[in-house]
Write a protein that binds this ligand. Structure first.
Ligand code: UDX
Length: 595
């Protein structure tokens, strides 16, 4: 294995080969414009005439930050051209990069139909070309594909011999969506897979203007590096997601601090340790499945890849469970999803985790509304009329019972707890991307987040605050003596799963017995505590009653109720209240043993 030197004066002054790029999708367009911006003559080719026409008129066929300007400038300078035939593209260039798609077959294996067709077309043109030409595979292909498929097809179609009449190379890309131009301009490294010196020299010349490390390997190793790169990144994200699920079980534990703690170890590194609702995108799932399939064909299993996929499959369930913990059954509840694209700054919904989450919510019987700053039109293709679509984040959360943050768009980061409190019917938020500060949110509304352990001492004010719309609003607190809790404070219905009938019955009863007028949902919001467990719920009410002490007016020997203003309700559970909570918890535990 050789490590080539970085750029030097001498190298950058060498004459640049002319490049043709076959496949003007996401990778091809970025490379076409990128190479052209480095003063290399580039010809773009695609079988899709629409893409060719767009590019010819200086318009990028895909959206990527900074790409439109680059395409326009390079077309204007005549460095980036298009030809409408493959023949013209190959005959007018020295190197052809294959950048066509490599989708998945139903068994996870890689579908090579575009690779084989492109190789055949290039081979047929090479038959007519009397000069040496370099064919380079940039598409992600399983080890052995370039030598066993591309080389053979080009040789058969051209009647020429690889490494003698034409060169062969593999040059994987590592572009991220949303920062592809930046990744092109400042790559971490460039991988060049070759078997012959001439191809190596040609590819090194093309990349002579880049100062990053350049790794030269054989062809199969270069093909494998791309898969292993994606597999490792996916494993890193799944690893922290797995730890996030553990953190949720540990009171007061937060995965973001854990990630920071391990990320500072240089051997681990801080990148790709953001825990969340799960990873998506067009590459990882396809590539991990292809790698697994390839390993199996070679009589091997890859348990860490299986586990990486398995953890990712779990994350949508974790999100839905957190929503359930906040508001109970999701059936007939208005649940909203903020963020649909597989990551921010793109409209791409391929393999987006939001698809699984939305489908699960629908299966739970929830009424689902969605919003994304860019992906709504793609989402409509997927969800059709099974969900409602919002035109803004605030429109989405209006009158909702629970909001799930699924993509970390900047627009959502600026939402304040008050926005949710003001707009939602029940202000309950599940932060699936860790964009909100837990302390700021959990003191004002029902809040759960991926990788956030429950507060050891739950905040009784949460249950009440969940319905505080403004400071002038009042909260009804009810004291009722129930047999098993004689002498304790509790709410009727405290041990039953909430449903509308309980609320109606309770409302009627309290109104009749106290003469107070109760706003719809007022009672429900008090007693449907975020920490769903009836034990904690009753402790909350008991605790509140104790803290507010004897101020309830008795109208009946078994029921007392009074409205409290927001300022009368404590917003934080101080540490010295721990004993009170413990006292009630103990009594509750004893009660449950008798059930
Ligand atoms: C990825 C690779 O990074 C790139 O090198 C390859 O060429 C194509 O696949 P991309 O699909 O654009 O690029 O997305 P990337 O930014 O890598 O993120 C992938 C997924 O992981 C996204 O869903 C993202 O939200 C998620 N992710 C990423 C996390 O959940 N946590 C992290 O810390 C990082």
């Amino acid at each position: 294995m050789l490590t080539a030197k970085g750029s030097s004066e001498e190298e950058t002054h060498l004459k640049m080969p002319r490049i043709s790029i076959f496949g003007l999708g996401y990778v091809g367009t970025v490379y076409a414009a990128g190479f052209a911006s480095k003063n290399i003559e580039v010809i773009g080719f695609d079988i899709d005439e629409k893409k060719l026409k767009l590019l010819a008129s200086g318009i990028s066929p895909i959206y990527e930050p900074g790409l439109s300007e680059l395409v326009k400038d390079c077309v204007h300078k005549d460095l980036l051209k298009t030809f409408s035939t493959a023949e013209d593209a190959v005959l007018n260039s020295d190197v052809t990069f294959i950048t066509v798609g490599t989708p998945s077959n139903s068994d996870g294996s890689i579908d090579l139909k575009y690779i084989t067709e492109t190789s055949r077309v290039i081979g047929e043109v090479l038959k007519k070309k009397d000069r040496w030409h370099l064919v380079t595979v940039k598409s992600t292909v399983i080890p052995g594909t370039t030598e066993k498929v591309v080389k053979k097809i080009v040789e058969a179609a051209s009647g020429k011999i690889a490494y003698k009449h034409f060169g062969l190379g593999v040059n994987p890309e590592f572009l991220r969506e949303g920062s592809a131009v930046e990744d092109f301009m400042t790559p971490d490294r460039i991988v060049i897979g070759v078997s012959d010196e001439k191809s190596k020299v040609e590819l090194e010349r093309i990349y002579s203007g880049f100062s990053c490390p350049k790794l030269v390997t054989n062809i199969r190793t270069a093909e494998l590096i791309k898969y292993v790169n994606n597999a490792f990144l996916a494993a890193k994200v799944s690893f922290i997601n797995m730890i996030a699920n553990l953190c949720q079980k540990i009171p007061n534990c937060d995965v973001t601090a854990v990630a920071e703690g391990i990320g500072l170890d240089k051997r681990i590194g801080k990148h790709f340790l953001r825990a969340g609702a799960g990873w998506g995108g067009s590459c990882w799932l396809k590539d991990l499945n292809a790698l697994n399939n390839f390993a199996r064909k070679n009589g091997l299993t890859l348990p860490l890849i299986d586990a990486t996929l398995q953890v990712n499959d779990m994350q949508p369930f974790v999100m839905v469970e957190l929503a359930r913990q906040l508001i109970g059954s999701l059936s007939n509840r208005r649940v909203v999803v903020l963020g649909l694209a597989f990551k921010p700054n793109t409209d791409d919904m391929r393999e987006a985790i939001s698809i699984k989450i939305v489908n699960m919510l629908l299966n739970e019987g929830a009424e689902v509304k969605v919003y994304d700053p860019a992906a709504i039109s793609n989402a409509k293709e997927i969800f059709r009329d099974s969900v409602n679509y919002a035109s803004s984040a605030n429109d989405c959360i209006r009158n909702a019972d629970c909001a799930l943050i699924v993509t970390e768009w900047d627009e959502f980061k600026s939402l304040k707890p008050e926005d949710f409190v003001r707009h939602m019917r029940i202000p309950a938020v599940v932060d699936g991307r860790r964009i909100f500060i837990p302390q700021a949110f959990s003191s004002k509304l029902r809040f759960a987040a991926i990788g956030l352990g429950a507060n050891e001492y739950f905040n009784p004010a949460l249950a009440v605050n969940a319905m505080i719309v403004s400071d002038s609003e009042k909260i009804l607190l009810v004291r009722r003596t129930i047999e098993p809790f004689n002498g304790l404070w509790s709410l009727p219905g405290g041990f039953v799963e909430y449903d509308e009938t309980v609320e109606e019955a309770l409302t009627r009863e309290v109104e009749e017995e106290t003469g107070l007028k109760i706003r719809p949902k007022q009672i429900f919001d008090v007693f449907s505590h975020p920490l769903r467990s009836p034990v904690k719920h009753v402790v909350t009410i008991c605790y509140l009653a104790d803290v507010l002490g004897g101020s309830l007016k008795s109208s009946n020997e078994s029921l007392e109720a009074r409205f409290f203003s927001a300022s009368e309700i404590p917003t934080r559970l101080a540490f010295d209240h721990h004993e009170i909570v413990e006292k009630y918890m103990k009594l509750q535990r004893e009660y449950w043993k008798t059930c």
